[in-house]
Ligand binder design. Sequence first.
Ligand code: MF3
Ligand code: CO
Ligand code: CO
Length: 314
Amino acid sequence: MSVGVTSISLKSNDACWCGSGRKYKRCHKQSQAPLRPGRLSPTRPVPEGITRPDYADTGDPGDWEEPMIRPPEVIEAVRRASRAAAEVLAVVGAAVRPGITTDALDALAHAECIARGGYPSPLNYNGFPKSLCTSVNEVICHGIPDDRALVDGDIVNLDVTIFLDGVHGDTNATFLVGEVDEESRRLVAVTHECLLDGIAAVRPGRPISDIGAAIEARAHAGGYGVVRSFVGHGVARRFHGPPQVPHHFDPSATTIMRPGMTFTVEPMITLGTWRHLMWDDGWTAVTADKRRTAQFEHTLLVADSGAEILTLAD
Ligand code: MF3
Ligand code: CO
Ligand code: CO
C-alpha cells in the first residue's frame, strides 16, 4: 500500500482526517492538479474615445524620468485612478465562482475599466495580451486569463490596473472559489495581514526597507515564504517606476519615504518556497515547488503622518 497524500481516500463530505470535526472538503482537501496554460480569446478592442497609455500600440512603456515626489495634480489623478481600480476589483471579485473562466473575468474587468473612461493598463504592457492578471493557486503573479474555468477549492488573485486621467491605479486581492481548504484560507488571511503590516510601516523619514521588514516578520512568524523576485513599485504617470518596494527585508532599499510619493505594496506570500519558475509564456510565475501562494496589493500615498490607502472603493 502507498503512503503519503496518495493514500488519503476520503470523500469531500467525510469528516477530515485531522480531527477538526469539519468536512474534509472544508478542511484539508486541496486540488492538487498542477495548473496548465489554456487557450486565449482574441484581443479585446478599446473604443476610440478612451485615452491610451504610450505603450498601448507599441507594447513598449519606455524608461522615462518621473519625479518620485508627485506634483499635486498628479496626486489628485492617482487618487481618482486608484478609486476606479478598487471599484473594478470589487465588481470582478464579486463574479468569482466555480465554473467561471478567467477569460470571462478579463472581459468584465476590460468592460468595467472602459465604463469608467479608463484603459485597462495590462493590455499590451510589454506585450501582455489581456486586461487583467488572474493568478490561480500556485501562480505567484501575472497569470494570463484563459479558457480554464475556476474550480471549487481554488484561490485566485485578480490584479486590476486602470489608466485614467494620465496615471495608473493598481490593486489586487486573492479570492476564495467555493469551499477552500483550511491551509489555503490561512495563507490568504496571513497575506492580507502582511499587506496591512507593510502599510503600517510607511512613515516619512524612514527607509523603504522598513516595509519589507514588517512583512517578512509577519510571514516568517507563521512559517510562510516571501517572494523576492517581484516587488512593489512607484505608480503614477508610469505604471512601474521608482522606488522599488521589496517585500522581504532588503537593507539596500535605502530610499527615504517622503510625503507626495505614490507606490504600491503587494506582498506575495507562499506556503513553501519563495523561489519561482517562469512558464514558457514569459509571464506566468509559479512557485518552484507548485505549492500555493497569495497576494494583496494597494496603491499608497505617503502623507505627513503615514500611508494613505488610495485603492479603496467609496
Ligand atoms: N498589476 C501588476 C503589478 O501589480 C503588473 C501587471 S503587468 C502585466 O505590478 F503586464 F502583467 F499586466
Ligand atoms: Co503593482
Ligand atoms: Co497590480
